[in-house]
Ligand binder design. Structure first.
Ligand SMILES: O=C(O)[C@H](O)[C@@H](O)[C@H](O)[C@H](O)COP(=O)(O)O
Length: 264
């Protein structure tokens, strides 16, 4: 591995503004690169923290601190095979926590939810979502992997991320961009997820992990050989310095030498 991932530990008040700065830096880079900001997000507690970071009023009013949703294309890093208005839907979560709260006078992001037509067939849903990515990111033949400007992920208590679970055969999938899983240990069982190579290919990968419930797993991921083989550990190993962890002090309490600094 080249340089290791960045591990940040913030006070409760500092996490959201630092996450905002990080996201807006990626927005600036992406817009410079190709006039659009393509971001993939997970479910869990992430959408709430994301909303807190993005919906806060700009502290400086400067260009760099402006969320320009007109350039945003939002995808799902993983999604559950349920209707889009079901309480388990990640899209519903993101809609309620973030999208519906974006002031109407602001430009709105373009969002790519899964197609509900394929709820009964997780593999078909994954294939169709991959087709969506192919259409957006250019033809599959000319692009080996889709390049998300930013992938924002959570970390499960067992070290899973997206819907990639420890020791699951999906971790070895090297071809498809979007995978289906029918036996997710975290309910609901049927889901789709970006593959590990797609996650590792992201221009930047940000994890958000907060609360004392993440304490043991973070220590394991950052400090043990076993932890480095868990899905979150594999992202750390495979993507190195492209990865940044936004944690609070409760989550990093037991990790030796977390960076106490700030990205601002
Ligand atoms: O849809 C999902 O289930 C998520 O995408 C999943 O990967 C989540 O991010 C982690 O389980 C962490 O969840 P918490 O942030 O709620 O702990």
């Amino acid at each position: 591995m080249g340089r290791p991932p960045n591990l940040y530990s913030f006070s409760d008040a500092d996490l959201a503004p630092n996450l905002r700065k990080y996201i807006l830096d990626q927005q600036t880079e992406a817009v410079k690169r190709h006039e659009v900001f393509r971001i993939a997000v997970s479910g869990g507690s992430l959408p709430k923290t994301l909303a807190k970071a993005l919906l806060a009023p700009s502290s400086s009013g400067s260009e760099e601190d402006k969320v320009d949703f007109s350039k945003w294309e939002i995808f799902y890093a993983d999604e559950r095979c349920v209707p889009l208005d079901h309480e388990d839907s990640n899209h519903k979560l993101v809609r309620e926590e973030l999208l519906e709260k974006i002031p109407k006078e602001m430009a709105q992001p373009k969002v790519y939810p899964v197609d509900e037509k394929y709820l009964d067939d997780a593999q078909e849903m994954a294939d169709q979502y991959e087709k969506t990515l192919v259409n957006v990111f250019a033809a599959r033949d000319s692009v080996k992997l889709p390049l998300f400007d930013l992938i924002l992920l959570g970390c499960g208590p067992d070290g899973h991320t997206c819907s990639l679970f420890p020791d699951h055969p999906l971790l070895r999938e090297a071809d498809a961009w979007v995978l289906s899983i029918a036996d997710s240990p975290k309910p609901p069982a049927k889901r789709i997820t970006l593959s590990l190579p797609v996650v590792l290919h992201g221009a930047k990968i940000g994890f958000v992990a907060t609360g004392g419930g993440k304490k043991d797993i973070l220590k394991k991921i950052f400090e043990t050989e076993e932890g480095s083989k868990l899905p979150c550990g594999l992202v750390n190993e495979g993507a190195g310095e492209k990865v940044s962890w936004f944690c609070d002090q409760a989550a990093t309490e037991d990790v030796s030498f977390p960076r106490r600094g700030s990205v601002i």
